[in-house]
Write a new protein. Structure first.
Length: 171
């Protein structure tokens, strides 16, 4: 069995404390996991970079953009959403036409912080889930109507967001 770094063991602890299912990629410091979110199932991986003291959480959309017209609008959507983010960012695997969300944190200690790691995972799930219906709307738009699709208005749509339970807003 591989000797895992303290940082990777903390990542595993983050999953265990939250009672999340996960799988370790053999011989690597990588965790695979899937989560049921509001709009979609979010698949992600957590990778530890010991030399940097970094943990990166990455999720890929399950959709792909079929051609340049759709790919361009989805890339613009990602850019516009990135302007609103304080951590993490969307990227596009251009050749596949697939959106990716990535957030990375550098830890000052070799063991990191499982609480911060859980936050990074929650953030990744939330951001990928938030962009999923927007991406679907773009991909469902007729190609000749794509140039007229108002992405800023699309991003502002709050009817696509889950309701926050009253118990979470009253504190």
């Amino acid at each position: 069995m591989t000797d895992y770094s303290p940082l990777f063991l903390s990542a595993c602890t983050a999953f265990e404390e939250a009672e999340w299912d996960y799988e370790v990629v053999p011989e690597q410091e990588v965790i695979l996991a899937g989560f049921e979110a509001y709009h979609t199932r979010v698949q992600l991986h957590v990778q530890v970079f010991v030399e940097l003291g970094a943990v990166s959480v990455v999720s890929e959309s399950f959709r792909t953009s079929p051609n340049l017209a759709y790919r361009t609008r989805i890339a613009e959507l990602a850019m516009r959403i990135n302007q609103t983010l304080t951590i993490g960012n969307f990227e596009m695997e251009w050749d596949k036409g697939r959106l990716v969300y990535r957030v990375t944190n550098l830890f000052p200690t070799p063991e990191g912080d499982p609480g911060i790691m859980r936050f990074l995972i929650h953030n990744t799930i939330g951001e990928m889930d938030r962009i999923t219906p927007l991406e679907a709307i773009i991909l469902d738009t007729e190609i000749q109507k794509l140039p007229g699709l108002d992405l800023e208005e699309l991003i502002r749509r709050d009817d696509l967001l889950p309701e926050i339970p009253a118990s979470e807003t009253s504190s």
